[in-house]
Ligand binder design. Structure first.
Ligand code: ATP
Length: 291
């Protein structure tokens, strides 16, 4: 029997860095949003012991280096359950190294599937804790929807959903190194921080316009000049009617928010020529995630 699970991409509606911790990690505060762009993760139990992993992207790690394999290993290590033979197959749609948590989301999809198969009584919170041992974005990806993520990303608070809208997500051809960006951040010198409280209140009131005015990512403040394309794409999205545009995660992907589909579609088409890939997406809700 095969088990197929969508692994949704995430966007950062906000990304704030509050400080550097003694353990070397940064203290984050981020409002995260799942979108309907997703990979498809298929798990098949098999007779032969061990784990095999296949993907349709030849350059992704296939063995233990894949986040999906790490998640499976952590699941059995943490629960103490005997690991059955498993094949995992991942069909990628989420661009890699794009600030959209593609790998973390694949890992989270593996965790949810293994819980269903092997430990259906496990509380979802426990699964998020196991996720935190795999990677900082994994607990959020286990849960999905609209959420505030704090600490390294493991302290999660459910938020009211982003009101219905369209998101044009643009991935430029360049890639940004996450460690390099963290290295450039001097938290005391950040000139601007997102109004996270304002965004939470706008979500509470279901006010899309007010919410969109609060999108901000502090990494944009330290992006080296060679990533000027990020700002060009933001400008192009705003010129084409986006209510707001922001970089997601450590970039380089940029998204623009539109209330209506037609201008979003037109903006997506217009940006295709200057980006590696452009997606027209909708927010995904927590209820879209299979438990
Ligand atoms: P984040 O937004 O969480 O910072 P990202 O979108 O920038 O993540 P990913 O696409 O998750 O980055 O990939 C990061 C790295 O993880 C890449 O170097 C990639 O080779 C590796 N990786 C391992 N497993 C996967 C997977 N299943 N999907 C994508 N990348 C993977």
């Amino acid at each position: 029997m095969t088990h197929t699970e969508p692994a949704f991409a995430k966007l950062n509606l906000t990304l704030d860095i509050l400080g550097k911790r003694e353990d070397g990690y940064h203290d984050m505060r981020m409002v995260m949003q799942s979108i309907d762009l997703h990979d498809v993760v298929t798990i098949t139990p098999r007779e032969k012991a061990g784990l095999t992993l296949t993907t349709d992207l030849p350059f992704l790690p296939k063995g233990d280096g894949n986040i999906a394999s790490k998640a499976a290993a952590r699941f059995f290590q943490s629960t103490g359950l005997p690991a059955p033979g498993l094949s995992i197959d991942i069909r990628k749609s989420i661009p890699v190294c794009a600030g959209m948590a593609g790998g973390s989301s694949d890992g989270a999809a593996v965790l949810r599937t293994l819980r269903r198969l092997c430990a259906p009584d496990m509380p979802p919170r426990r699964l998020e804790e196991i996720g935190a041992l795999v990677g900082s974005d994994v607990p959020y990806c286990v849960r999905g929807g609209t959420a505030l993520a704090e600490g390294r990303g493991e302290r999660l608070t459910d938020l009211p959903p982003l009101p219905p809208c369209f998101l044009v997500v643009c991935k430029p051809a360049c890639s940004v190194s996450t460690p390099e960006l963290f290295g450039l951040v001097r938290t005391k010198r950040l000139r601007c921080h997102p109004d996270t409280a304002g965004l939470l209140s706008a979500l509470e009131h279901g006010d899309l316009e007010a919410a969109s005015h609060r999108f901000y990512n502090v990494f944009e403040d330290v992006l080296p000049r060679r990533y000027s394309q990020v700002f060009e794409i933001k400008g192009a999205l705003l010129e084409r009617g986006a209510m707001a545009a922001s970089m997601t995660g450590s970039g380089p992907s940029v998204f623009g928010l539109f209330r209506d589909e037609e201008p979003a579609r037109q903006a997506a088409e217009a940006l295709e020529a200057s980006c590696q890939t452009v997606f027209l997406c909708r927010p995904a809700a927590r209820e879209d995630i299979q438990w």
